[in-house]
Write a protein that binds this ligand. Structure first.
Ligand SMILES: *[C@@H]1O[C@H](CO)[C@@H](O)[C@H](O)[C@H]1NC(C)=O
Ligand SMILES: *[C@@H]1O[C@H](CO)[C@@H](O)[C@H](O)[C@H]1NC(C)=O
Length: 520
C-alpha cells in the first residue's frame, strides 16, 4: 500500500557544503593516524576507515583506531571500521628495509629457504610451492607494499627455469626494492594458500572482535566458498553482524564474480593487483562489468587505486581525475584510497580532491537511465518492498525532493532505495535495539547504521527512543526532526524544499511527501 500525504514543516536557512554522494574509504597509516589528521579526513569526506593488516601489527592498528574514535567523538560523527585481511599474499622474507638494487638482464633466484638474506641474487619467500606452480615464461612481479606499478621500486621477472624448490628468473627492468615489505605476485596462477590465512583468523578473532569491526575486506577472494568460509568463521566468533566485502583482485576471482557477488555483502574491485594480473587492455572492462553487476544486484561496490600521483603531489594527473569521474559514471558506490592516505604526503587533500571530482561527476550521472535498467532487471512482479522503494525514488525525482528520509533497522531499506540511485541524499534513521545505549560502539543497530556509510548516497543517523520520549514525540516525529535538522545543518534541506519519507507502518510500507516552510 502506498500513501502520499503532504505535511508542512519548518526549516530555517543554513548554508553549508555537502560532500559527494559517492563515498570515500581512507586507509589509515603513518601519515593519517593522528587525531587531528583523522578529524580533517572525516571533515573532508572520508566515510569509512580501513585498517590494512598486510602491514603493521594489532597494537599499531589499535592506537590508530583509538585515535579514530576520539576524532569521531569530537566531530560527533559515525565512522565504520573496515579490516582488510592479508590473505594468500606472498611476502619476501627478512626484508630489513635496506634497498636492493636489481639490474635488467641479470638473474635472480626466488627460494623458500628463509635462512637466506634477501639480495640482488636471491629473494627468500614464505611459500614452498612456487617452483611447482610456475613454468618457463611465467611473469612474477615483486613490488614494495602498495606499489604503484610504474615506479622504479617494482620489479618484473620472467621465469627461466625451476630447480628443485627454487625458481630462477630473468630481471626485466632495473629497479630498487625499498621499504619494509615486498610482496610477490604470480600472474594468472592459482596459489595454493587459503584465502583466509591463520594470521587473518587470529587477527579477526582478537582485534576484530574486541573492536567489533563493521566490515571485513576479504583479500584475494577467488570463489564463493571463500566468502562462505569467512561467514562461518565470523558466526562462530560472535561477529555475525560483520559484513563481508569480497576483494576481487585476480583473473580467478573475476571468473567467479557472479557467485562471489551472491555470497558477499559488497565487492571491492582491487585494481592494484588486477592491474598486474591482467593484461592492461583488460582492466577497464573488469571494472565496468563488475560495477554494473553490483548495481543491478543492489550491493555496494568499491573501486581502488585512483590517484597514485597524489602520494607526493598536491594535484592528481588529468588521467587520474578523469578516471575518478568515470568510476562515478560507471556507478561505483565508493572510492578507496590506499597509499594516498596511508603514506602519501597529502592525505586530506587526496580525500577532498577525490570528493570534489565525484560530486562534479554526479551532476551528469544519468540517473533515469540507471533507474530504468534496474527496474528492467528486477522485472515483474516486483517484490512488495522493492516496488515501494522504487516508488519512493520515483516520487523523489518527480517532486525534485531535497532528500529521502528512510526509517531502517537492518539498513536493508536504505540499501534498497540506494539501488535505484536517487540523485539526492538518503538520510537513514536507525533506532538501535531497545534499551541499548546508542553512544556505545556496539549494539544492534549501531553496526548496521555504520555499515550504510559505504553505500552511495546513504547517510545514517542514530535515533534514540529515550530522546523521542523525553521530547514527547513519537518515534516517527522524532526521526523526521532528526533527519531534517541534520539536512539543514549540512545545507541539503532548505526552505520550500520537499522531502520524501519512507517507512514501515505495521505491514505496509508508506511513502510521504513533506514540504518545508520558510521560517525567515
Ligand atoms: C631470516 O628469518 C629467520 C626467521 O624467520 C631467521 O631464522 C634467519 O636467521 C633470518 N635470516 C637472515 C639472513 O636474516
Ligand atoms: C539519459 O538516459 C535516457 C534514457 O533513459 C536518455 O533518453 C537521455 O537522453 C539520457 N540523458 C542524457 C543527459 O544523456
Amino acid at each position: 500500500m502506498l500513501v502520499v500525504i503532504l505535511i508542512l514543516c519548518v526549516c530555517p536557512v543554513l548554508q553549508k557544503v555537502f560532500p559527494s554522494l559517492t563515498k570515500i574509504v581512507g586507509t589509515l597509516g603513518p601519515n593519517s593516524r593522528s587525531v587531528e589528521v583523522i578529524e580533517e579526513c572525516l571533515t573532508a569526506g572520508m566515510s569509512v576507515a580501513r585498517f590494512d593488516f598486510s602491514w603493521k601489527d594489532a597494537t599499531y592498528h589499535q592506537e590508530t583506531l583509538d585515535n579514530l574514535r576520539k576524532a569521531a567523538r569530537n566531530l560527533k560523527k559515525l565512522c565504520p571500521i573496515m579490516l582488510d585481511t592479508v590473505g594468500p599474499e606472498i611476502q619476501v622474507h627478512n626484508s630489513t628495509g635496506a634497498p636492493i638494487e636489481l639490474k635488467a638482464g641479470n638473474h635472480v633466484t626466488v627460494t623458500p629457504d628463509l635462512s637466506e638474506a634477501p639480495s640482488a641474487e636471491i629473494l627468500p619467500i614464505k611459500f614452498g610451492d612456487l617452483a611447482k606452480v610456475v613454468t618457463k615464461g611465467d611473469t612474477l612481479f615483486i613490488g614494495q607494499y602498495l606499489f604503484t606499478g610504474s615506479e622504479t621500486t617494482s620489479l618484473w621477472l620472467e621465469v627461466i627455469e625451476t630447480s628443485g624448490e627454487e625458481v630462477i628468473c630473468l630481471v626485466k627492468n632495473t629497479a630498487t626494492l625499498a621499504g619494509p615489505i615486498f610482496t610477490l605476485h604470480v600472474s594468472q596462477v592459482h596459489i595454493s594458500m587459503p584465502t583466509l590465512s591463520e594470521y587473518d583468523k587470529q587477527v579477526i578473532s582478537t582485534w576484530g572482535l574486541q573492536n567489533s569491526v563493521d566490515i571485513i575486506s576479504l583479500s584475494h577472494t577467488r570463489s564463493s566458498e571463500d566468502v562462505r568460509e569467512l561467514r562461518a568463521f565470523l558466526q562462530s566468533h560472535d561477529l555475525q553482524d560483520t559484513q563481508i566485502y569480497a576483494k576481487v583482485e585476480n583473473a580467478e576471482g573475476l571468473e567467479h564474480f557472479d557467485e562471489i557477488l551472491q555470497e558477499a555483502d559488497g565487492i571491492i574491485i582491487s585494481r592494484g593487483d588486477l592491474g598486474i594480473d591482467l593484461p592492461p587492455e583488460r582492466v577497464f572492462m573488469s571494472q565496468k562489468t563488475g560495477i554494473h553487476k553490483c548495481n543491478l544486484a543492489g550491493k555496494p561496490v568499491i573501486i581502488t587505486r585512483v590517484v597514485d600521483s597524489m602520494i607526493d603531489n598536491l594535484r592528481p594527473t588529468r588521467a587520474e581525475a578523469t578516471d575518478v569521474a568515470n568510476a562515478v559514471l560507471d556507478g561505483t558506490d565508493a572510492i578507496l584510497l590506499g597509499a594516498e592516505t596511508l603514506r602519501g604526503q597529502y592525505p586530506v587533500d587526496a580525500v577532498s580532491t577525490v570528493g570534489r571530482i565525484c560530486a562534479e561527476a554526479e551532476t551528469v550521472y544519468n540517473q533515469s537511465l540507471h533507474f530504468k535498467k534496474v527496474v528492467r532487471h528486477v522485472g515483474e512482479p516486483m517484490a512488495h518492498e522493492e516496488s515501494v522503494a522504487s516508488s519512493a525514488v520515483r516520487s523523489a525525482m518527480k517532486v525534485k525532493a531535497a532528500a529521502i528520509v528512510v526509517f531502517t533497522f537492518s539498513g536493508r531499506a536504505a540499501r534498497l532505495i540506494a539501488k535505484y540511485r536517487p540523485p539526492m541524499p538518503v538520510l537513514a534513521v536507525v533506532f538501535p535495539r531497545e534499551g541499548s545505549d546508542p553512544s556505545k560502539w556496539r549494539s544492534y543497530g549501531t553496526t548496521q547504521a555504520r555499515q550504510c556509510f559505504s553505500v552511495r548516497g546513504v547517510y545514517p543517523l542514530m535515533g534514540s527512543t529515550d530522546e523521542a520520549e523525553t521530547g514527547g514525540l513519537t518515534k516517527e516525529e522524532y526521526g523526521i526532526k532528526l533527519a531534517l535538522n541534520y539536512g539543514r545543518s549540512v545545507g541539503i534541506v532548505k526552505p520550500f524544499d520537499r522531502v520524501i519519507i519512507f517507512e514501515k507502518i505495521g505491514d505496509s510500507s508508506v511513502v510521504k511527501i513533506i514540504e518545508c516552510e520558510n521560517s525567515q
